[in-house]
Write a protein that binds this ligand. Structure first.
Ligand code: NAD
Length: 541
């Protein structure tokens, strides 16, 4: 099938279904939730295409319903990491030799399986395992992962089509080889689509992968593997292991064939991994590619010319959807005194109207935070804020972990714009607000820019064009994704390529062509159609 230059199917964003009462998608989703809850899963690792079960079974519970057991996963150790590396290296020659259109077809098929027969199961697994409501699951696990799969296939073709010019008698070509060795995909808990993308993006470019997900995302990780297997992904291309991060790191970062790290997670972990890779550099056959999208302390700043109602809604959605556990979630806001009374009234009313509980109850906007560690960390800041004089809890502030890890959407107003919850990433349903005097807008821009080491997302609300331009310019390096009159979350693949700067990551823009370039090492080929037969140049005469 190499005797053709293939066209590519038109790429599009997967439509987000509404899940309104009575809709066919809601009926299917409810049935899938019921089915998953009626069973006890026993989730294996997938190494070299084989399902691997071990004697170490770890229970999986929904974060919002701790007494229910969804099943177990099979925990592995060092030997499984070694087997996964071997399987990846064994699968590599055939996989990288496979024609690009066949690799694309596998991932395009995976997208269609996900959008079709697997849609309800994938959403149900994400809702139960990661405590997302139906809409949050749909925009992540289905829509965004479909988009990653489809857009990346198109980007791959665009990369391959990018060829150098040639002088007469010469044919220059560029071959986009996968990296030599294997790639380590290390994914976080909060987005099923990211877990899918960290492993699939390098695989699409001809690499083979050892993938370790977060422990709390394993329930939906299995659905990812099931879809990929059904789509025809050959054995060993993506090997999924359930081991401690350190166990994986100890083996992988000491392996000569380690060729790249595709990471999303916290800044502290990423910095440690980078240090380890740096220390081990002389061990590797090539310089490993390091791609890491990490933490954020994402801001909303409103100018006095802003629409206060729009600001309030952006804060309600941007800070509290998925319990604030989005890397892009608004967690600090700078609001002008003149607009504050209107914003505050609407925000407090809206937050009080948000119901909290299981995602199986469709009217719950707020569900549980991911685990006890996250619960304890987030609530420790709330406890402290209750004690601190310069901090006032405007709404929320209650929490309970008896049946699930529930924390009310909480707003803290602070006197000091550098108060700890304006600086640290809490990664939970807590928004901190600093109200400034209208005349101090420019000063506040300077404070905002220097408050946190992160630079992931941020938003300005204003109707005054000069203010928008000033803010955009002054905060140029404060966010990799900058929003004007919109909340700072909800980036869509192909529309707003995603990634931050400063301590927020390498900014290789997931879901864009830039990311895929990191997973290839180009080989330039020059072919001379008529090589010279005499070493003498004419000038020698
Ligand atoms: P995390 O850093 O705790 O974990 C990420 C992955 O690294 C997990 O698989 C974990 O098991 C593994 N890990 C942890 N310690 C390790 C070690 N010492 N060695 C090897 N592996 C190790 O992150 P998380 O809690 O799962 O996710 C939340 C974080 O991710 C937040 O900081 C959030 O901002 C960030 N995030 C960023 C983006 C982005 O695009 N910038 C997107 C999503 C999440």
């Amino acid at each position: 099938m190499s005797n053709a230059v293939f066209n590519f199917p038109k790429t599009y964003n997967e439509p987000v279904l509404s899940y309104i009462k009575g809709s066919p998608e809601r009926v299917k989703l409810v049935a899938a939730l019921k089915e998953l809850k009626s069973k006890k899963a026993d989730i294996p690792m997938y190494i070299g295409g084989k399902e691997i079960y071990t004697n170490e079974k770890v229970d999986i519970h929904p974060p919002h319903e701790l007494k229910h057991k969804l099943g177990t996963y099979n925990k592995g150790g060092s030997s499984h990491v070694k087997q996964a590396i071997q399987a990846a290296l064994k699968a590599k020659p055939a996989w990288e030799a496979m024609a690009w259109q066949d690799r694309a077809a596998i991932f395009l098929k995976a997208a269609d399986l996900l959008a079709g027969p697997y849609r309800a199961r994938m959403n149900a697994a994400t809702m139960l395992g990661q405590s997302k409501n139906a809409f949050q699951a749909e925009i992540d696990a289905v829509a965004e992962w479909c988009d990653f799969l489809r857009f990346n296939a198109q980007f791959m073709r665009d990369i391959y089509a990018d060829q150098p010019i040639s002088d007469p008698g010469i044919w220059n070509r560029m071959e986009y080889r996968p990296l030599e060795g294997f790639v380590f995909a290390l994914s976080p808990f909060n987005f099923t689509s990211i877990a899918g993308n960290l492993s699939c993006a390098p695989a699409l470019m001809g690499n083979t992968i050892v993938w370790k997900p977060a422990e709390t995302q394993i329930y939906s990780a299995q659905v990812i593997m099931q879809i990929l297997q059904e789509a025809g992904l050959p054995a060993g291309v993506i090997n999924l292991v359930f081991v401690e991060g350190r166990t994986a790191g100890d083996i992988i970062f000491n392996h000569p064939d380690f060729a790249g790290l595709h990471f999303t997670g916290s800044t502290g972990v990423f910095q440690k991994l980078w240090q380890t890779i740096g220390q081990n550099l002389s061990l590797y056959k090539s310089y490993p590619r390091i791609v890491g999208e990490t933490g954020g302390k994402d801001f909303v700043i409103a100018h006095p010319s802003a629409n206060p109602e729009a600001v309030s809604v952006a804060l309600a959605r941007g800070a509290f959807e998925y319990q604030g556990q989005k890397c892009s979630a608004a967690s600090r806001a700078y609001l002008p005194a003149s607009l504050w009374p209107v914003i505050k009234k609407k925000l407090v009313t809206d937050l009080k109207s948000m119901k909290m509980g299981s995602p199986e109850q469709f009217d719950n906007f707020i569900n549980a935070v991911i685990d006890e560690k996250a619960f304890d960390k987030i609530t420790s800041y709330i406890k402290q804020a209750k004690k601190d004089k310069g901090a006032k809890i405007l709404v929320g502030g209650n929490y309970d972990k008896t049946s699930g890890y529930f924390i009310e959407p909480t707003v803290i107003q602070v006197d000091d714009p550098k108060y700890v919850t304006m600086c640290d990433e809490l990664f939970g349903p807590v928004l901190t607000i600093y109200v400034y005097e209208d005349a101090d807008y420019k000063k506040v821009l300077t404070i905002l820019d220097s408050t946190s080491p992160y630079a992931l997302t941020g938003a300005v609300f204003a109707n005054d064009r000069e203010a928008i331009n000033l803010t955009s310019e002054r905060l140029k390096h404060a966010a990799g994704n900058f929003y004007i009159n919109d909340k700072p979350t909800g980036a869509v693949v192909g529309q707003q390529p995603f990634g931050g700067a400063r301590a927020s990551g390498t900014n290789d823009k997931a879901g864009s062509i830039m990311n895929l370039y990191r997973w290839v090492s180009a080989r330039t080929i020059k072919e001379n159609m008529n090589p010279p037969l005499d070493y003498r140049y004419p000038f020698l005469d």
